[in-house]
Design a protein around this ligand. Sequence first.
Ligand code: FAD
Length: 467
Amino acid sequence: MVDKTFDLIVLGAGPGGYVGAIRASQLGMKVAVVEQRATLGGVCLNEGCIPSKALLDSSEHYSLAKNHFAMHGIEITEPKLNLTTMMQRKDNIVSELTSGVEYLFKKNGISWIKGQGILRGTDNDHFQQIEVGPEVYKGKKILLATGSCPVAIPGLPIDNSLIIDSTGALSLAEVPDHLVVVGAGYIGLELGSVWLRLGAKVSVVEMLPEMLPKSDPETVKALQRSLKKQGMNIHLNARIEDIQVDNNQATLTVIRKNKTQEIEADKILISAGRKPNLEGYGLKESGVELDESGFIRVDDNYMTTAPGIYAVGDIIDGPMLAHKASEEAVVCVERMTGQAPAVNYHTIPGVCYTWPEMASIGKTEPELEEEGIPFKVGKFNFMGNGRARAMAETEGLVKILVHPETRKILGFHILGPHASDLIAEVVAVTSLNGTVDDIVRMIHSHPTLSEAIKEASLDVDDSALHA
Ligand code: FAD
């Protein structure tokens, strides 16, 4: 007979759910995970972080071979794209990683209950009940990690042919002639970059006056210049007024600064943000309430308003990022066992994996100004960095925002090669409660891109050495 009672039942096997399950099992809990997809890993592994980065890397190789090898003195015949092989490589990576999570479940004795889970309240012994198909499973505690889905735009319904979402954009069988990306957030810019590098004309249409809202305006402007130079058309302050479809070709009417423009497209990628998955699994009936922003309300232990039901990841407030989901899940289950760790929300890095990459932690200058927090700015351009010049990757800058008295790092923003990895240094210093002076005193290998971080830190007191 199958055992149906657990210490913890996790709903959703994304980076919040599967990481929380593994940690709970390490801490001695008997754990089951309910997942409705055919594979584990959630959005992140199946249709998010991993496949997008696989295509970003492949398309970057193609672009380097096409546009940059000659400058390095490497002469090749015109590289030819084999999109089927590129997609197959991406699919293989996804499949290896999702099976890897399955292996980790087996290793940690975690049961995978396949199907859609629905919360069914508590039984007489105060166990939480989850219905999956004809079965009811019982858990002393439930961890919700049901993630998010793309926000729809009225008038532009996803048909997975002409109008696609991010999942569709990760699996196109052909390079589109003209891809219109609706929304200039990080997903739109990353996937737009993939298809631009592979030869599509790419136009981004964004309603707001800037790309990547809430990011440092100076680094965003520098990224915008770079993407334009690469050939991306970026229309800001632009609203789609109408769409006419004829034979799988669309004509979009776009209004920008009171001027009307028609844009023809053979693919339209809707990437207007994501919303938490809150419907269809009994949240309201179980007493799980939402906060003012429409996410699940949790306390410091990540417990919802329903005792015994916890929530982490994209369904609760904060940046919708895989590492945020995982960190919350680990902290949540450790707190269930009496430990008292906390997520340091100030040090969660956000990355846009375009090329150059953009990465940041903490506050921006406008945010600090608005909050009346005093700050000093240190900056350094990659143009002045020896390694960046050796790599011919001189676009971008490092910017550090520092409190004038405490010398604490209030914000850090970087646009440049490998920004996603470089930011780890500043995350470490900030997590260890360090100051800008710690970075200044740290010895950075020469020649490395990381020296730009030291130089920006020195620039806080006007003492950059290579500026
Ligand atoms: P999810 O990963 O969304 O997983 C939730 C799981 O729950 C899903 O598998 C779903 O099937 C399951 N589920 C939901 N309801 C039920 C139910 N009732 N019963 C059973 N199962 C259920 N983040 C980054 O940090 N870095 C990146 O580079 C990055 N790139 C991205 C690129 C794209 C194209 C996209 C779309 C997202 C990207 N993200 C990235 C965001 C990241 O994928 C999410 O923040 C992360 O996956 C959230 O994790 P989660 O555990 O909260 O939920």
